[in-house]
Every structure is written in structure tokens, then in C-alpha cells.
Ligand binder design. Structure first.
Ligand SMILES: C[S@@+](CC[C@H](N)C(=O)[O-])C[C@H]1O[C@@H](n2cnc3c(N)ncnc32)[C@H](O)[C@@H]1O
Length: 238
């Protein structure tokens, strides 16, 4: 079952987060520090998986923003998807090689098993339904392919309290984040969607009082060869 803290939010709450997101990226000079962040945190892991032959020739990055970290993986079919793609294309992207699609991750316009690997960094706490989001990534992934999902995580109690505050007190919201994950809820969600978790890697942790600060964790999970597609999201969880 999807825990209460990961149940779908209203479209109004999600649009509020997305407005904040758009404002963030159009600020002058917003992009270069974020490109540095994704390079420092995720590029090494992607390149390692690629060297091990785990990535394949067809890759999808969902919620790519304008940073498109998987663009650094060499010559192959690269698809970048994001609901704000029109904005991002105007900001940056002729330099990035690939195909660009404006879409939400919860409803991807791709056939089942179209990709060898699917990435998403710093996105599942911004979506409107994390469970639908991950199950769509699983649907478009080929059997035995890898899903790589990074997210800021918090101590479990902190994540629960922040979620409660978000739902109960609109003025107390952290606007861009409808969801607050813990490492536990990230793992729970990946398994709930039928994935086999192979690794969870901490790619960023502040070195002062780490238990009180958010940390950036990446889950590397495989779609079992025999996983038939099913929607793992019950009606009540949507
Ligand atoms: C914090 S940004 C991260 C961008 C990039 N991955 C990075 O790390 O720089 C979050 C991104 O998630 C996208 N996003 C929000 N809701 C989404 C959804 N339902 N499906 C796919 N992407 C979504 C936003 O448009 C935004 O580009």
C-alpha cells in the first residue's frame, strides 16, 4: 500500500509547486550552479553504470529540468521529458543533444518497454503522484532495465511532520515540494512499484549534524525480467 504521505496531491497544489519551479529557473544565472550540482552528485554514478554496460542504448530522463544530466552519456537515443520543457528549451538547450518532450511523468507518451534505462533526479518530491510516477517509469522500461532515482531525503519524523504541515497549513508550505521523502519511503516506493533495489547511494550529505539535514540519495533498481505491467496504485491511493 502507498503510505498516506505519498498519496496524490491536488492539481492545485502541484501547479503551485510548478509555478515556483518556473520562477526559480528564469532567474538570471540560475542554471550554472545547478549544472555544477548535478555534475558533482550524479554524473559519476551514471558514468560508472555506463562503464559496467548497465545503461544501454535508449535512455529516458524524466523531470530533466534544463540540467539534463544524462546528456553526458555518449552517443545513444536520449529522451528528456519535463512538464516545463517549453520553458527550458527557451533557456538553454540547443547545446544538449537529444529529444525533448513536454509531459508529466505520471502519463508518459511512450510505449511499454521503450527504454533500456530511466533516470530521474530531484523530481519525485515535486510530482503530483509519486506512485503513479514510478510505475510509469517502470512501464516504459524494458524488463531487466535499470531505474535510477535521486531525491532529497529527511529523517522519517521530519518528513512526516513536514508532510502534515503541507496538507494542513498552506501558509507553512515549502512551495516547490509537495512531498518529503525519507530514505525509508524512497525504498518502500521503489519496491511497491515492483522494482528490485540494487543500491542506494548517498551523493550529498552536509557534514554538520547530518541527522537534521536533508541528504541526497539515489536508488538504483532493476525491473524484474518477469514483471508484468500492472498499476501498483490502488484507487484509494490516487
Ligand atoms: C528541482 S527540478 C530538478 C531538475 C533536474 N532534474 C535537476 O536536478 O536539476 C524538478 C523538476 O521536476 C519537474 N516535474 C515536476 N512535476 C513533474 C511531473 N509530474 N512529472 C515530471 N516532471 C515533473 C519540474 O518541472 C522540474 O523541472
Amino acid at each position: 500500500m502507498v503510505p498516506w504521505s505519498l498519496r496524490q496531491v491536488s492539481s492545485r497544489r502541484w501547479r503551485q509547486a510548478q509555478e515556483h519551479e518556473a520562477h526559480f529557473w528564469i532567474q538570471p544565472n540560475a542554471l550554472p550552479p545547478q549544472q555544477d550540482r548535478v555534475a558533482q552528485r550524479y554524473a559519476g554514478l551514471l558514468e560508472e553504470l555506463d562503464r559496467q554496460g548497465q545503461v544501454g542504448g535508449r535512455i529516458l530522463e524524466v523531470g530533466s529540468g534544463p540540467t539534463c544530466v544524462s546528456a553526458r552519456l555518449g552517443n545513444r537515443l536520449r529522451v528528456f521529458a519535463d512538464p516545463l520543457m517549453a520553458l527550458y528549451r527557451s533557456l538553454c538547450a540547443d547545446a544538449v543533444p537529444g529529444h525533448f518532450v513536454a509531459t508529466v511523468g505520471e502519463q508518459l507518451p511512450f510505449a511499454d518497454a521503450s527504454f533500456d534505462a530511466v533516470f530521474s533526479f530531484n523530481v519525485i518530491d515535486h510530482v503530483f503522484s509519486p506512485a503513479r510516477f514510478v510505475s510509469e517509469l517502470v512501464r516504459v522500461l524494458r524488463p531487466s532495465g535499470l531505474v535510477i532515482i535521486g531525491v532529497y531525503t529527511h529523517p522519517r519524523l521530519f518528513a512526516a511532520v513536514r508532510t502534515l504541515l503541507d496538507r494542513a497549513l498552506p501558509w507553512a508550505r515549502e512551495l516547490p515540494h509537495p512531498f518529503f521523502f525519507s530514505r525509508h519511503s524512497l525504498l518502500h516506493l521503489l519496491r511497491h512499484c515492483g522494482l528490485q533495489v540494487e543500491r542506494v547511494v548517498c551523493v550529498h550529505a552536509p557534514n554538520h549534524i547530518p541527522a537534521l539535514h536533508r541528504q541526497d540519495w539515489v536508488g538504483v533498481a532493476r525491473k524484474p525480467a518477469g514483471l508484468a505491467f500492472r498499476s501498483p496504485v490502488s484507487a484509494s491511493a490516487r
